[in-house]
Design a protein around this ligand. Structure first.
Ligand code: 5GP
Ligand code: SF4
Ligand code: MG
Length: 466
């Protein structure tokens, strides 16, 4: 998901709509905005579909006045795929003794089932099926006298990954979980305006200046042009999601001071060193494989070409929650550039193999178009484990790499060769020169290593085995 908040600006909702539009790649299912204005009070609009289709009309934007607000773009994670109800669309709003608050959450709470059970037993009335709603109920039960303190109480009980943007009538609040699994950055607009955003690309669209990242375990409370920082949690080693660098974030964003594009290009360089092959053309699976393919071509000296053309008017296939649509999606979205492919030995570069459906179809399309050979190179290690921290990987039994060796996958996909970047190579590309330190990995890489930095306790209760 993507989160964005603004405070101290003339019309917060218009900034938020633009910010969410720049974060649309983080979630395309639905979006919502909440604002506060002294006359209108709290207002909210939550809709299915793209930001550009919902939050551009004057009719909707007029209903969201005020100098402060937050927004969310949703991509449903495990549990709620395909049947999101509008009541699951964030931000969530709650009215407490000291006024209302709204929250928008990116990540996934790994003890949400247990928390929900406990809260329901104690009388909480849940409105949605979302894990994030627990935060509101925990806040409502806190005995603290102001909302930021209530939020600290609530988030201390929450396990897992969270980058949260929240608001009261006057304060914009941003928090990252102690490991900082998901990103969150602070930007400045004008004299007194501040914004919080999942990624820096959303600062660029509104001309905001990048101030800094919110640190793992940090809470910022912003009002009257001032940013107050605190560290409410027990410190933990930071474990940022390495897959943000590989796939999830936009290539024009800066994460941890590093250009996402440059990291991806460098993954391609590492791949060409680790997994060379004789061929005529390096082609990305657009757009997710493009920077790595550029790096591979650069390092290998093999020409780069657009062997597959993407229809710009389709969304990301993977994020479509139903399997049927996802299966159709590949052809709707990608087509082979026949004239370029014919009789050539192709190195096909993509960011990841999950179920293997995309890769298989693309390979078929390349062979139909007369490719002589297809060598598949993947910019991440085999995805063997599900993510429980906010990226929608399917159950373990649907992950190709969970039940097949690389050679079995090669045969299954029907390609001439298949190689994945090593975890060490990925770490090097992400700027860790010495590779992955097995005793203290710098990143979360659980979907590749199976080493979960936060015990996924709800999933273990449901029978998941580490
Ligand atoms: P597959 O067809 O192997 O199941 O899907 C892999 C493709 O899905 C890759 O091209 C990747 O760009 C895309 N993708 C979209 N969202 C995700 C995600 O959340 N996780 C992973 N690993 N890949 C994703
Ligand atoms: Fe990121 Fe993978 Fe960790 Fe999920 S399991 S947070 S996708 S590195
Ligand atoms: Mg892709």
């Amino acid at each position: 998901c993507g989160v964005f908040g603004a405070v101290g600006v003339a019309d917060a909702a218009s900034f938020i709509a633009l910010g969410l539009h720049a974060l649309q790649h983080r979630g395309q299912e639905a979006g919502g905005i909440v604002t506060y204005d002294t006359e209108a009070g709290f207002q909210s609009a939550r809709r299915f579909g793209y930001v550009r289709d919902n939050f551009t009309s004057q009719k909707v934007m007029e209903t969201l006045p005020g100098p402060i607000g937050i927004g969310h773009v949703r991509y449903s994670t495990a549990g709620s795929k395909g049947n999101t109800a509008i009541r699951d669309v964030q931000p969530f709003f709650g009215e407490f003794a000291m006024g209302g608050a709204a929250i928008a959450h990116n990540g996934n709470i790994t003890n949400a089932v247990a928390l929900r059970r406990e809260l329901i037993e104690r009388g909480s009335i849940f409105q949605s099926s979302s894990d994030s709603e627990c935060i509101i109920h925990l806040m409502a039960r806190s005995l603290q006298r102001n909302i930021p303190e209530r939020m600290k109480d609530a988030l201390r009980r929450v396990e897992g990954a969270f980058s949260v943007v929240a608001m009261t009538r006057t304060k914009l609040i941003g928090v990252r979980d102690p490991r900082g699994v998901r990103p969150l950055v602070l930007g400045k607009v004008g004299d007194k305006g501040y914004v919080l955003s999942s990624e820096t690309c959303a600062l660029d669209i509104i001309g905001a200046e990048f101030v800094r990242e919110i640190e793992p375990g940090e809470m910022v409370v912003i009002s009257d042009g001032k940013v107050q920082s605190s560290k409410p949690f027990e410190p933990k080693p930071s474990r940022f999601c390495i897959f943000e660098h590989v796939y999830f974030s936009r290539p024009d964003s800066i994460l941890e001071g590093r250009s996402v594009y440059e990291t991806r290009r460098q993954i391609g360089v590492e791949l060409a060193i680790e997994a060379p092959v004789e061929a005529d053309l390096v082609c990305p699976v657009p757009d997710s494989g493009t920077p790595a393919a550029i790096g591979y071509a650069f390092q290998s000296g093999i020409p780069y070409g657009m062997g597959i053309i993407r229809n710009q008017y389709m969304g990301r296939t993977f994020i479509e929650p139903s399997e049927q649509i996802r299966n159709m999606g590949v052809r709707l979205k990608l087509n082979v550039n026949r004239a370029l492919i014919r009789d050539k030995r192709i190195i096909l570069v993509d960011d990841s193999v999950v179920r293997g459906t995309t890769s298989q179809k693309i390979k078929d399309m390349l062979l139909d178009a007369g490719a002589a050979e297809v060598h598949f190179r993947i910019a991440s290690p085999p995805t063997m484990w599900p993510c429980f921290y906010g990226v929608d990987t399917p159950d373990r039994d649907k992950l190709l790499a969970a039940y097949m060796s690389v050679e079995q996958m090669r045969v299954h996909l029907g390609v001439d060769s298949l190689q994945f970047i090593s975890l060490d190579g990925l770490y090097r590309a992400a700027g860790v020169a010495e590779g992955r330190d097995a005793n203290a990995p710098r990143y979360c890489d659980a979907c590749f290593s199976g080493e979960y930095p936060v015990v996924p306790s709800d999933m273990i209760d449901k029978g998941f085995k580490l």
